[in-house]
Design a protein around this ligand. Structure first.
Ligand code: ADP
Ligand code: 5GP
Length: 202
């Protein structure tokens, strides 16, 4: 076990499969998941307190102004934010805490927290991305166009990330993220207590 947990940030274009990957990561014990707040309307099947904490704009702005978010951003007209309280709690429990957030939020966290791990999930092609967004059937054609336009902007920030995972096959993508997390846990900087126990020193 390392000294403490780590923050793993997963970003990528809407429709690249982040949510699908995160659902599978939930079955692995070492991972804990932040639940974001959003002003977006729930999609069919989404549950309050499971997929998101759904709220209205006023409520969101109140929490933001009280400093309740680790980061927050606007995405295609809706507000999204990561509540602070849960993150600290889980990090102390030595968990890999996963934040599935957009590129602007990811860069805010990178500025604030040393050693967080940034993973960018991309689809195998733009055609496949379109196909997945259309196939998901959760957004209007106009909103799908907005999200595709936004994807082109997001990929420009890919070099600010530590790892890239192509989501061709979901299980392979999940294995890659698990491997990244395990390898990151072995960094000497994350194991100072263990090193001290073995070789002594301050
Ligand atoms: P995101 O969370 O990045 O917006 P989703 O996880 O909602 O994306 O995935 C978008 C759509 O693509 C969903 O209908 C999902 O079932 C499908 N999907 C996800 N990963 C794959 C994959 N590797 N191959 C084929 N379809 C996928
Ligand atoms: P969706 O509406 O498809 O659930 O999410 C749209 C985008 O918002 C995705 O890129 C998703 O990663 C991002 N997102 C979800 N929660 C948060 C959050 O708390 N903060 C930020 N910055 N982005 C988020």
């Amino acid at each position: 076990m390392s000294d403490e947990g780590m923050l793993i940030i997963i970003s990528g274009p809407s429709g690249s499969g982040k949510g699908t990957i995160v659902k599978k990561l939930r079955k692995i014990d070492d991972f804990a998941f932040s639940i974001s707040m959003t002003t977006r309307e729930p999609r069919f099947g989404e549950e309050h307190g499971v997929d998101y904490f759904f709220c209205d704009r006023n409520e969101f702005i109140k929490i933001r102004d009280q400093g309740g978010f680790l980061e927050h951003a606007q995405f295609c007209g809706n507000l999204y934010g990561t509540p602070k309280f849960y993150i600290d709690e889980q990090i102390k429990k030595e968990k890999f805490v996963v934040l599935e957030i957009d590129v602007n939020g990811a860069l805010q966290v990178k500025e604030k927290i040393d050693n967080c791990i940034l993973i960018f999930v991309i689809p195998p092609s733009i055609d496949e991305l379109k196909k997945r967004l259309v196939g998901r059937n959760t957004e209007t054609p106009q909103k799908i166009m907005d999200r595709l336009a936004r994807a082109k902007e997001e990929v420009k920030l890919i070099y600010g990330y530590d790892y890239i995972v192509v989501n061709d096959d979901v299980d392979t993508a999940v294995k890659k993220i698990n491997t990244i997390a395990k390898a990151e846990r072995l960094r000497p900087a994350r194991n100072k207590f263990m090193i001290k126990k073995i070789i002594g020193g301050d």
